[in-house]
Design a protein around this ligand. Structure first.
Ligand SMILES: Nc1ccnc(=O)[nH]1
Length: 202
């Protein structure tokens, strides 16, 4: 059967949004391999931001992640933070995408994350030997994640780590953080940090 999205399909916002919402395992039946070859890093990051928007619309935390195979540029995993949706105290955009990808050799893959990875996700990215990390928004990171990631972790094993500024994603994150600062803090540092911060302002 002919694919619904083929190499001739233009790379539009609507098409990327369909890809963001489809289950990863269904993509090979809907999207022709040659379409993925056309996708540039900016387009993949756009999918991560669209997953971020999905999570925001669900009342969740605002981080999406996408993993691609470096040779074929096929999406092998994707997801978004599910702290709110699943009541999961730790499922960041990155871990969600990694879990979606399943048991794979990640050493020839790139992980795109909307936001600078936290220390736990950075460690997992290191432990699973990802080849590249592309970060959409390094301006909104809480704490020292960026130097930690860049200097200690990726310098040793992850060969390329680049930052891709996504103005739309950065604006969305700033809006969410202004609206829900406690949820943002819980996602990064846990409820303990939120409780301590609340007590200290009493
Ligand atoms: N990098 C991230 C920070 C916080 N939450 C996430 O899901 N991801």
């Amino acid at each position: 059967m002919k694919h619904f999205i083929t190499q001739d399909t233009p790379v539009t916002e609507e098409v990327l949004n369909v890809i963001a919402h489809l289950p990863t395992k269904s993509l090979p039946a809907i999207v022709e391999d040659k379409f993925f070859v056309k996708l540039r890093d900016q387009n993949i990051m756009r999918i991560a931001v669209l997953l971020t928007q999905k999570s925001y619309d669900e009342g969740g935390c605002l981080i999406g992640g996408v993993i691609i195979d470096n040779n074929t540029r096929r999406i092998v995993g994707k997801g978004h933070d599910t702290l709110v949706q699943d009541g999961d105290p730790y499922n960041h955009g990155e871990t969600s995408a990694i879990r979606d990808a399943g048991r794979q050799d990640f050493s020839n893959t790139t992980i795109f994350t909307m936001l600078s990875p936290c220390d736990v996700c950075a460690t997992l990215i290191y432990m699973r030997q990802f080849d590249r990390v592309v970060v959409g928004d390094v301006t909104s990171a809480l704490g020292n994640e960026v130097p930690w990631v860049m200097n200690r972790c990726f310098a040793r094993r992850v060969s390329k780590s680049i930052s891709l500024k996504t103005p739309w994603g950065i604006a969305l994150y700033a809006k969410y953080r202004a609206e829900k600062p406690e949820l943002d803090m819980e996602d990064w540092k846990g409820l303990a940090a939120v409780c301590k911060a609340t007590q200290s302002t009493l």
